[in-house]
Design a binder for this molecule. Structure first.
Ligand code: PBG
Length: 328
């Protein structure tokens, strides 16, 4: 048989230089968004390891500033903030308080790192006494329309504090429109919204709920987050959010939903973000701590897979590590 009778794919894999030359996808430092958990506390040196997420911490404002400072030195371009307030109540008052913990954190970070892109997660679940993402009436049902008014108020308070972008993660219907109108009415027509447009009711958020202290005290999130079995529905959710004014579409979780990222990429031309969530992080960490996998190689392979599937942005707890590896 002649050489030319079959495809010799190995020709383009023979050395690192050739492999680099034909590489199709690569993660860049500017693609990465690092999530942080900031706690309202009088203890300036508060830095509490999150048991379910080795290497991640709940941080006081002061510790947040230190940690972010180091990451920015390392090339961090963007972060996402989650707040844990001192007081929780039925109306999630601290979610939209001008002096709330996220609002304070935004002001502080913006002042120190004016170039850093600060994205805030917008949801009520860290701020309600029952841990649900919205206002709950008797009978336990989450009330959609009263909730989106509060989400719009929370978004405005974040943007007033200096946030560059808001990212609503609640999955209530109509919230993108409510937020867009609220921002526009207050002169923030140039502030983008990254919508958690396609967010599944996932077991992969387990470790996050310890990190953000947001486990619902009763019931679950299945009346608003999507059924993991559905992908056509993802297109409807994405379309609705785009029509309401979303600028960036997010798919969450990431790894188990790469097919959904690809479907969105093939159907829309807006930027797409993948959220590599807490459970995806923790399972890699656990396996690595046991010596079962090569953490760096595995993480870089995951990052590349998000890009290959079609996402532009990757939100990941590995962001600081990946920056360190890319800088080497
Ligand atoms: C809700 C929110 C959640 C996550 C991001 N925003 C939790 C949930 O919906 O239960 C999950 C992130 C992760 O698991 O890393 N505010």
């Amino acid at each position: 048989m002649l050489d030319s009778d079959f495809y010799r794919g190995r020709r383009l894999r023979m050395n690192p230089g050739i492999r680099a030359l034909v590489r199709e996808n690569e993660i860049r430092p500017a693609d990465l968004v690092m999530p942080y958990f900031v706690v309202e506390t009088d203890d300036a040196s508060f830095k509490k390891p999150i048991g379910s997420m080795p290497g991640q911490f709940q941080l006081s404002l002061q510790e947040l500033e230190k940690t972010v400072g180091a990451a920015v030195k390392n090339g961090l371009n963007s972060l996402m903030l989650f707040g844990i307030p001192k007081v929780k109540d039925e109306l999630a008052t601290q979610a939209y308080a001008d002096e709330g913990i996220v609002q304070e954190a935004v002001r502080r970070l913006k002042d120190r790192f004016p170039e850093l892109v600060i994205i805030t997660d917008v949801c009520l679940c860290e701020y309600t006494s029952h841990g649900h993402c919205g206002i709950v009436h008797k009978g336990g049902e989450i009330q959609n329309d009263p909730t989106i008014d509060l989400l719009a108020k929370a978004s405005l308070s974040h943007v007033r504090a200096g946030a560059d972008m808001v990212a609503p993660s609640d999955m209530m219907d109509g919230r993108i429109l409510a937020i867009r109108e609220m921002l526009d009415d207050n002169g923030f027509m140039n502030t983008p919204i990254m919508s958690y447009a396609v967010k599944y009711a996932s077991a992969f958020y387990g470790p996050f709920r310890e990190a953000a202290d947001s486990t619902p005290k009763f019931g679950d999130r299945k009346t608003h987050q999507m059924d993991p079995a559905n992908s056509r529905e993802a297109l409807r959710e994405a379309e609705a959010d785009l029509a309401e004014g979303a600028d960036i579409l997010m798919v969450k979780p990431g790894m188990p939903y790469l097919d959904v990222i690809r479907q969105l990429r093939d159907n829309f031309d807006t930027p797409i973000a993948a959220y590599n969530v807490s459970g995806e992080y923790s399972m890699v960490k656990a396996a690595a701590q046991n010596g079962w996998v090569d953490e760096q190689r595995m993480v870089m392979e995951m990052m590349t897979s998000f890009k290959r599937a079609g996402s532009d942005i990757v939100i990941t707890y590995f962001a600081e590590d990946v920056l360190g590896w890319l800088n080497k």
